[in-house]
Design a protein around this ligand. Sequence first.
Ligand code: NAI
Length: 254
Amino acid sequence: MSEKKRIQVDLSGRIALVTGAARGLGRCFALDLAAAGAKVACVDIKTDTLAEAIGAIRAAGGTAEPIACDVTNSTRVNEVVDEVVKLWGGLDILVNNAGITRDSLLMRMKDDQWDDVLNINLKGTFLFTRAASRPLCKSSYGRIINIASVSGLMGNPGQANYSASKAGVIGLTRTISRELASRSVTVNAVAPGFIATEMTAKLGEELLGKIKEEIPLKRLGLPQDVSDAVLFLASDAAEFITGQVLTVDGGLTV
Ligand code: NAI
């Protein structure tokens, strides 16, 4: 269980899959879903870091399985969903979290910077959503939670690729929520602002200091702040919420 636990949710008997679970936000989501009683399939390309995350979940008494998978590999994504269904008998909660940044101003942005970010952040979300949609429809409790970003809502200089990918995730979320509503699957996005993880650490102290000044609540978010939003959307309490974007940004986009 992560340190600042504020939301109490019972997910006993639920089966969850989190992408990008080896570190950062995904690791926190996986820990908290497992602490709430779900069995969690933890997907990542970084197998050594993933093993450490699994160790932390099991040490806290949770149930988790490490699954090596690149979210852009369509064949492997389908296999992974089949493996989870075979292992635990179904799938109830999908958290599409794996994501990267490859920042550059538009005029200097290389094709591969654009392709890498769109493929991992947007296509990866599409591939896992498509692969998981069948077992989620069979579940009486289907939940899809896509991790977007405030960059997808307001734009951010140097992040044309990332902002486009996250705006795409929001459009995908809204459309899939309409497609899967008749099967009682809810589909929502969480849009974090600036959260203290290794992804933002690479921005450097000086820029992060300026960013904090821009945030009305005057601090970066913690992974726990975002995880509480994910747990809420995964819970019984959110069963009538679908197609929404829940922003967790300290007031940045107000
Ligand atoms: P992070 O870089 O710390 O962790 C991302 C994880 O995704 C890593 O474990 C990485 O190995 C995994 N990953 C990357 N490419 C992958 C692939 N092709 N297949 C499978 N796994 C892959 O990032 P962080 O900060 O935890 O971000 C998580 C999500 O939250 C991302 O989608 C990010 O865009 C989003 N986000 C993060 C914010 C922040 O301030 N940290 C703000 C807004 C959104």
